[in-house]
Unconditional design. Structure first.
Lengths: 502, 334
């Protein structure tokens, strides 16, 4: 394998939470100038391993060693002092503060008693520029795009002296173009002799940027491999422990001339979308592609009454005006937000409350809520959607990402919709669960419902949709289907330029 | 982890796991009662305990309403001033009705008082939701408005019931009892029981908790967030009015200082009772318990010489801080 000096290593790492052992005997070696990817399904122990190596957790058994010397971190700050920095998956920035203020938060530069803003702005601009972005350091973070925030977060992590940089699913909210910029950042880190630990679900990008791949499954080490030896397909098989050739369900022919169930004409959402039109047919899966910020989510939210919008919407040929999402639910349309924890589920409430929230009317007996029927519905949902939970009475926030998505699906199906709109159906979800969700989407369409899938994952759009509408800058840029439904075609439409290198 | 199923993973605690967080206020109350009994045997006499229950009725009833507002993620600072305003208006209306004083006169005045309470709550709710203004600011404003209206109605003095006959007729609502239980106690138990029913068993109650838990999730789930929010303020207004119905016969008057600082006591009772100020949980019986704790502490201070009773406010202030610290440490553990 790699040849650089060993910077950080874990030897025989174990970690338990209460009686549950989530990591069992993991060995891992990070070398200078090497990108080391860790892959595995949700719950495989990736995050736990990462937290052990970055001082957020202590191992129950086993040692972490820097330069071959065993050490115990007294916390993440201690690990940072020793040159190990972690780039979190979530954006942990103060939205009202500027880019520079965030980058130097907690380690402000001063001149005497006074903050040296000029110096901090200068250094912040340089740090961001170093990552290949040009962001004014005096901009408030809340005015940045998600991708820009991610870059600021990386700049903040790299502002301390570092020898090891750990990325936790950094591309989860990035579009392909933005992800490419990140990969260039990682390549530069490698050139500088930094050891990079990269955690991701996206196997194609792991293949593209990693030197070494470690596969975890159920808290155990499955394999270490040179990335050059593995194709994404092999990685998936190692992660899941079975053949994953059938990730996407068999494609059924698109409905030939089925009835149009939903039609949008010249829909505008102020500030986001202008004059967008599309049709959705019965039994069809319609994909919505484009870069983040292209207005896909906003368009659908506008159509469904979640945002103010203008234009004409027809359901089954009848003109409708949805003032609230309650109206669109009454019309048989349900929307599953991409933001599961922020808009989809009450993470602080239990599974039963979440499941029945949109359909409480179906669980009423006079003025009362019939809890027995709610519990029965939860039991049915757990079976039907294969929601894996140890107990029925936990909070939704305690489920893994994949199981939260299944719960959200179950919740949405309770209102018995005819049209289902799913925004980023598999974001942050492991590959095994992905396959289940794709099968479910295919079954919805096969059962005669109509489905809209908004996704930034092009293989997913192409894998499940009959047709893909691509948006760019608030407009519908075009539509592809059949043989034209390729990544290259979609990228051209999404970016407006012929794919330079993609 | 992903493959854990019900058969391989034990259910920790089984079915009879006690929710320590919910039980904490009741345990605290029990400890206080024992402590009081040890200090002064008179404390546990039936007469004294009934007196304590009666005295805490106003705050308890108002705090039950506050439980709805706070559970939905709101806040109402105007309840004390609102109580004074409703009391003053109700007395003026009774004074103005004339005719022979009958039960009907009082009943009508009561209905009007409830209507005024509902309208005051509606005003708070509509301004908060339609105007998209922080409830803290809105109710800070209405707190000043209601208080000034009372002072204006009373022309700086007090508003008293003029008709002595009517006064005598209304008196039992505060001083009377049914089978030895004072009527204010029965009223606050009834209000709490209805509130618990509404909050835990009905769709509205579920929506209140959902809105307080996460407003966006509630909106995306098709819940009319604005209406639910507004209704919690109406519930609060109704509860304030009910408290006023019991309060008016006690003194037969409203003054510019009526209900002063009640809002803080009500919020204290809610928070001591285990309802999180950030919303999403609501514990009606905890709130009742919180109101009792406040009154019992005051009572113990009066009956014993441990601390000057002039320091009651300080002790109550300390209690809310301690209660929050206890809640914090318990939620860390889970």
């Amino acid at each position: 394998m790699g040849s650089g000096d060993i910077v950080l290593e874990g030897r025989g790492l174990f970690r338990s939470f209460g009686p549950v052992e989530v990591l069992s005997g993991i060995d891992i070696v990070l070398r200078a100038g090497e990108v080391h990817a860790v892959i595995g399904e949700n719950g495989a122990g990736k995050s736990t391993l990462m937290r052990l190596l970055s001082g957020h957790l202590e191992p129950t058994k086993g040692t972490v060693a820097i330069d071959g010397v065993p050490c115990t971190f007294r916390g993440p700050v201690d690990a940072e002092h020793r040159g190990i920095v972690l780039v979190h998956q979530e954006i942990l920035l103060a939205p009202h503060l500027t880019v520079a203020e965030n980058i130097f938060l907690g380690r402000e530069k001063r001149r005497g008693l006074i903050l040296d803003d000029r110096r901090m702005n200068r250094e912040a601009a340089a740090a961001v520029l170093d990552l290949g972005a040009d962001i004014d350091p005096t901009t408030a973070v809340e005015r940045l795009s998600i991708a820009q925030r991610q870059l600021v977060q990386i700049a903040r992590a790299l502002a301390v002296d570092h020898r090891v940089v750990i990325f936790d699913e950094p591309t989860a909210s990035l579009t392909p173009v933005e992800a490419d910029a990140l990969f260039r950042v990682i390549a530069r880190l490698r050139e500088r002799g930094i050891a990079v630990l990269y955690i991701s679900h996206r196997l194609a990008e792991v293949k593209a940027i990693a030197d070494v791949v470690t596969v975890l499954r159920d808290g155990r080490l499955v394999a270490h491999h040179d990335a050059s030896e593995l194709e994404p397909f092999d990685m998936a098989r190692l992660m899941v422990g079975r053949d994953m050739s059938n990730l996407y369900p068999e494609r059924r022919p698109p409905p030939a001339a089925a009835d149009i169930v939903l039609e949008a004409r010249d829909v505008s959402v102020p500030g986001f979308v202008e004059n967008a039109s599309f049709v959705l047919r019965k039994g069809e899966i319609l994909g919505f592609g484009g870069l983040i910020g292209a207005g896909r989510t906003e368009l659908l939210e506008g159509v469904l009454g979640l945002r103010p919008s203008t234009g004409e919407v027809r359901v089954n040929g009848k003109a409708v005006r949805f003032r609230t999402v309650h109206d669109s639910m009454q019309a048989g349309i349900v929307y599953l937000s991409e933001d599961r924890k922020g808009k989809g589920l009450l993470v602080g409430q239990d599974l039963r409350t979440n499941l029945t929230l949109s359909a409480l009317d179906r669980f009423r007996r006079g003025p009362l809520i019939d809890k027995a029927r709610e519990w029965a519905a939860l039991d049915r949902a757990i079976t039907a959607f294969d929601i894996r939970t140890r107990r029925r009475d936990i909070n939704a926030g305690q489920l893994s990402g994949g199981n939260q998505q299944k719960l959200l699906l179950a919740k949405s199906m309770l209102i018995e919709p005819d049209i289902v709109v799913i925004d980023e159906p598999t974001r942050g979800i492991d590959i095994g669960t992905k396959a289940e969700i794709y099968r479910f989407i295919a079954k919805l369409a096969a059962d005669g419902k109509a489905v809209i899938v908004i996704s930034s994952e092009m293989p997913e759009l192409i894998g499940v949709s009959h047709r893909v509408v691509v948006m760019r800058g608030g407009h519908i840029a075009g539509e592809v289907d059949g043989a034209r439904m390729t990544e290259a075609e979609i990228v051209v439409l999404a970016t407006g330029v012929a794919a330079q290198a993609a | 982890m992903t493959h854990a199923s019900e058969t391989t993973v034990p259910r920790p605690g089984g079915g009879f796991r006690i929710d320590l967080k919910a039980a904490a206020p009741f345990i605290a109350l029990a400890v206080l009662l024992v402590f009081g009994a040890l200090l002064n045997p008179n404390f546990v006499s039936a007469a004294n305990l009934l007196n304590v229950l009666t005295r805490c009725a106003f705050i308890a009833i108002i705090a039950v309403g506050a439980t709805f507002v706070i559970a939905s993620g709101g806040l109402d600072l105007s309840v004390g001033s609102m109580a004074a305003f409703i009391a003053g208006s109700m007395i003026l209306i009774m004074n103005g009705m004339g005719g022979d004083p009958t039960i009907g006169t009082i009943a009508l005045a009561m209905l009007i008082a409830l209507g005024i309470g509902a309208l005051c709550g509606l005003a708070n709710g509509v301004v908060t939701t339609a105007g998209r203004i922080e409830p803290f600011i809105v109710t800070l404003g209405t707190m000043g408005i209601f208080r000034a209206l009372v002072i204006w109605l009373a022309e700086g003095g007090s508003i008293a019931m003029k008709d002595q006959e009517l006064r005598a007729l209304y008196r039992p609502v505060y001083f009377g009892n049914v089978f030895g239980i004072p009527i204010p106690v029965l009223v606050f138990l009834a209000v709490a029981a209805i509130a618990a029913f509404v909050l835990y068993k009905t769709r509205f109650g579920r929506h209140v908790l959902a809105v307080g838990s996460n407003e966006e999730v509630a909106r995306y789930s098709g819940i009319p967030v604005g209406r639910v929010r507004t209704l919690t303020y109406v519930v609060q207004g109704l509860c304030v009015a009910v408290a006023v119905l019991v309060y008016v016969p006690r003194l037969g008057a409203a003054t510019p200082t009526t209900g002063l600082l009640w809002e803080l006591q009500a919020i204290t009772a809610v928070v001591i009772g285990g309802t999180a100020l950030r919303g999403g949980t609501g514990r009606v019986w905890g709130t009742v318990c919180g109101a009792l704790i406040l009154e019992v502490v005051g009572n113990i201070m009066v009956l014993s010489d441990l601390v000057s009773e002039y320091l009651i406010g300080a002790v109550q202030g300390a209690i809310i801080i301690v209660a929050m610290l206890v809640q914090r440490s318990m939620s860390r553990r889970t």
